[in-house]
Write a protein that binds this ligand. Structure first.
Ligand code: TYD
Length: 199
């Protein structure tokens, strides 16, 4: 089973992915968690840092390619082997983030992103068994980010106008790809219950 949890920075994707991982592990299942562009691979850590923390200010199209490299490495080396063994892959983010951030946010053509990704990744990557989008109001998201004290990464640092473009992209992406929208403004436990109810 392949489950994707999407949403803007500060919506709590990773927390929910961790909880879900533990939930299935407690049932004796093999579970692996990805946090695109990161995961348990040194090249993914390096790509994550290169894109997000070094201040290179990559061209939008270069960002698309760099996220895609991380995606291929994580999918081939971590996700596929687990899926072949009937395990569970839980991913915070997938190429829908590229559509939201590089497409709607940075202006790369949507069809280019979809074409490139379809060319390079297998069918299963596009068809998770479950796809969730966590949504919160701008006020809640900003308050959470402030608490995390983590507005140091490339896309988190961008101006409000960019954040709003990304925010408003997610409902459109949810509609287009049939993803389940989860109201993520409650407590961690409340959000987890909403997710579990859909699984
Ligand atoms: P990170 O701190 O790794 O995780 P989180 O998802 O918890 O914020 O941040 C990843 C950043 O990369 C985030 O700002 C969204 C951005 N991103 C893209 O712009 N495009 C993509 O394709 C992906 C996967 C992420």
């Amino acid at each position: 089973m392949y489950i994707v949890i999407e949403g803007q920075d500060g919506t709590g994707k990773s927390t929910q992915a961790e909880l879900l991982k533990k939930y299935y592990e407690d049932q004796g299942k093999e579970v692996v968690m990805l946090e695109e562009p990161d995961g348990d691979l040194p090249q993914a850590h390096d790509l994550h840092d290169m894109i997000l923390t070094r201040g290179y200010n990559f061209e939008p199209l270069s960002n698309v390619l760099l996220f895609t490299v991380a995606r291929i490495e994580l999918w081939k080396k971590i996700a596929e082997p687990v899926l072949k063994r009937n395990g569970i892959v839980i991913s915070a983010r997938n190429y829908w983030s590229t559509l939201a951030y590089q497409g709607y946010g940075e202006g790369v053509s949507r069809s280019k992103i979809i074409r490139l990704t379809k060319e390079l990744l297998p069918e299963k990557y596009f068809n998770p068994d479950y796809g969730f989008i966590l949504t919160v109001s701008d006020a809640v998201r900003l308050a959470r980010q402030k608490n995390r004290g983590k507005a140091t990464e490339t896309f988190e640092r961008k101006a409000d106008e960019f954040q709003q473009k990304v925010n408003s992209a997610y409902p459109k992406i949810a509609k287009e790809f049939g993803l389940t929208i989860v109201d993520a403004s409650g407590t961690i436990e409340e959000i987890f219950d909403l997710i579990l109810a859909k699984l």
